[in-house]
Design a protein around this ligand. Sequence first.
Ligand code: NAP
Length: 275
Amino acid sequence: MEAKVGFIGFGSMGSVLLRSLLRYGALVQEEVILCTRSRDKLSGFASSNPGMELVRSNVELAEKSRTIFICVRIEDVKGIIEEMKPQLSQDKHIVIISAGLSMENVSKIFDGQLTRVIPSLVCGTKNCVTLIHHNDKVTEDESARVEMWFSKIGNFKILDEDQFEVGANLTSCAPAFMAAMMKYFIAEAVKHSSFTPEEAEEMVRKTMLGTATLITKRKLSFDTIVQRVATEGGITEAGVKVLDEKLPEVFSELFLATEHRHKAVSDDMGELWSA
Ligand SMILES: NC(=O)c1ccc[n+]([C@@H]2O[C@H](COP(=O)([O-])OP(=O)(O)OC[C@H]3O[C@@H](n4cnc5c(N)ncnc54)[C@H](OP(=O)(O)O)[C@@H]3O)[C@@H](O)[C@H]2O)c1
């Protein structure tokens, strides 16, 4: 058996994941095999990684791979596993990255080694937490192999599947939540000043990075940062009071909305995978 690491799909997440695994030395290009639908979207990636094998069929990829990352949209995963089914012997290990796709659903058509991973778009910075859950068929060798790869691109956390929903909010969805909050912060700053959106964005971006660096390097809590900046009776404190008043409700709604969406996706997947 060949022991390549296969990647199916080179979209938003698949491309960041594969690039990061290669950049930080988790994988070498010679052990990677890739199949994606629109090859034109690979741009310079294939030519800058000439040792990587590019194939036109997922079946060929499955034949040659020991571990197979499926990085396509959730609704396309089932068709791809069905397509590869004859190649999926017990020594093959599938890794799915689709939030909302449960082990229970996948096991309706694939009962071999299966790992769920929730990566994050920020894995390219090495500052990320990848969530991992293996089923009980995954061998020690395979789980160690996958965990070693993710340890090279950042941190990882082994979780029970029922922790994935909230865990994904805190890791994988969080870059979007943080960016969306900053978008409104910046828009309001522009309304109240002569700063251009670009100027305001740059100021906020650098301050975010500085805040994250300070918190990390000095091991400070978020509460400590608030206390140190928002001195009693000062201007920051007036702003923090507004956030204290409004944000608990905003985040309560956010978690309800994501829970609701998660349930709808799970129901859809339950139907799709039972069909
Ligand atoms: N984006 C994130 O931050 C994030 C985070 C965590 C998890 N995820 C998960 O990652 C998965 C992919 O999301 P995405 O945002 O990367 O989606 P995406 O940008 O649409 O990428 C999907 C990729 O799969 C390719 N593809 C589709 N069908 C294929 C097939 N039959 N064979 C080979 N390749 C095929 C697509 O090709 P085309 O170029 O032709 O469309 C595209 O390259 C989702 O399940 C999502 O839940 C995403």
